[in-house]
Design a protein around this ligand. Structure first.
Ligand SMILES: Cc1ncc(COP(=O)(O)O)c(C=O)c1O
Length: 395
């Protein structure tokens, strides 16, 4: 859906974009249009809505808000983060295309490429994108193929920061389309399109929805040639309908409601994450703490430059699987579960949970050790969370 910029700021926009009272009843919160189809006045004579896969008012509403969050012209909503990524790849690439991907990505993203797309002839390299010379070399070698450069920043689960501006500059030399998965940073702390990226992808399941109630995905972009309203089979808007992985009206409505508190939640997530990263850094049983806001983070300066804050994710190494397993059995206020970005604190073991689909040798080479734990810090009182961590570590 196309989004027309307002003159307001983010905190106002999340409450008001697309939220005018319902003209027929005055309801302050827009109703849920739980319909699969729409009455036509004559053949192809309708009010812009003909079939629910193609368009729904609740989806329009959510898509405008997603575009607004990312400072984008266009927003698209999908039934999951993986569906959003699948749509981007299917739209922009074809057989024998090339993808350059950062080496630390969500396990499901690795699996989508390695299992689903490899068999169609997609060629890809997973590399450390901190090495800009290597990025340049790989893109130079593949410049005559259809081409995407895909990154997460901060990465999942090692929270590496990638220089989106520099990578976009290199990619532009070789015509590679830059796609950034902004799920971890969120548009509250980072706006990749303003740093030179072409397309932003989200698992809205996470911070954007923020309440662990909905699985969803989104795409935001400014480039009309990639969005397009002219039904070209290569383009995102066309493929959202053609591939059909759209979210339900109820999911769109619920997510749009939850976005109203997005800035407030993000402030608290970050405040708590800082306190927890500092606590863990001082605990003798913890070997390493990874949080972009700490001075000890190798790309702390880059994080300060390209982000407005450091987010709510903290990873740490407790030394071994045995120690991790014992700790995770003891922790109570943090729920041991996959996913992240909800108001409640979640904790997980990447090697055996979210990143288990990555082969062990690749995982270990990248630094996803058996002692690594990933925490999604919620919005509870930080003191209670710290007491919970301390008790589980010391028992
Ligand atoms: C960074 C990142 N991108 C994409 C996804 C996939 O999103 P979904 O689970 O909504 O399909 C995830 C899921 O954990 C993720 O962490």
């Amino acid at each position: 859906m196309k989004y027309k910029k307002t003159n307001h700021r983010l905190g106002t926009n999340v409450v008001h974009v697309g939220q005018e009272p319902d003209p027929s009843t005055g309801a302050v919160v827009p109703p849920i249009y739980m319909t699969s189809t729409y009455k036509q006045e004559g053949v192809n004579k309708h009010k812009g809505f003909d079939y629910g896969r193609t368009r729904n008012p609740n989806r329009d509403n959510l898509e405008q808000c997603i575009a607004c969050l990312e400072d984008a012209k266009y927003g698209l909503a999908y039934s999951s983060g993986m569906a959003a990524l699948d749509n981007v790849i299917q739209s922009l690439l074809c057989k024998d295309s090339y993808m350059l991907v950062c080496d630390d990505v969500y396990g499901g993203t690795f699996r989508l490429l390695d299992k689903s797309f490899k068999k169609w002839g997609l060629v890809f390299d997973f590399i450390d994108m901190g090495n800009l010379e290597l990025v340049d070399e790989k893109l130079w070698l593949n410049q005559y193929k259809n081409n995407i450069t895909l990154m997460e920043s901060p990465t999942n689960p090692l929270l590496k920061i990638i220089d989106i501006n520099e990578i976009s500059r290199i990619a532009a030399k070789y015509g590679s389309i830059v796609v950034v998965d902004n799920t971890f940073a969120t548009p509250y702390f980072q706006k990749p399109l303003n740093l030179g990226a072409d397309v932003v992808v989200h698992s809205t399941t996470k911070y954007i929805n923020g309440h662990s109630t909905v699985i969803g995905g989104a795409v935001a972009l400014n480039r009309k040639d990639l969005y397009n309203e002219f039904e070209d089979y290569r383009e995102l808007k066309f493929n959202q309908n053609a591939l059909g992985a759209i979210p339900s009206p109820f999911d769109c409505w619920l997510m749009r409601e939850n976005i109203k508190t997005f800035p407030l939640r993000m402030e608290k997530h970050q405040k708590n994450a800082f306190k927890i990263a500092e606590f863990l850094s001082s605990h003798p049983k913890i070997k390493k703490v990874i949080y972009p806001g700490l001075n000890s983070h190798p790309q702390h300066e880059l994080a300060k430059k390209q982000m407005y804050g450091f987010g709510g994710m903290v990873s740490f190494d407790i030394g071994s699987f045995r120690a991790a397993d014992k700790f995770l059995k003891k922790i109570k206020l943090f729920t041991l579960a996959e996913s992240l970005g909800g108001v409640e604190s979640l904790i997980e073991h990447p090697a055996k949970m979210t990143h288990a689909s990555i082969p062990k040798e690749i995982r270990e080479k990248n630094g996803i050790t058996d002692g690594l734990i990933r925490a999604s810090v919620g919005i509870e009182d930080a003191e209670d969370l710290i007491e919970d961590l301390e008790r589980a570590l010391n028992s």
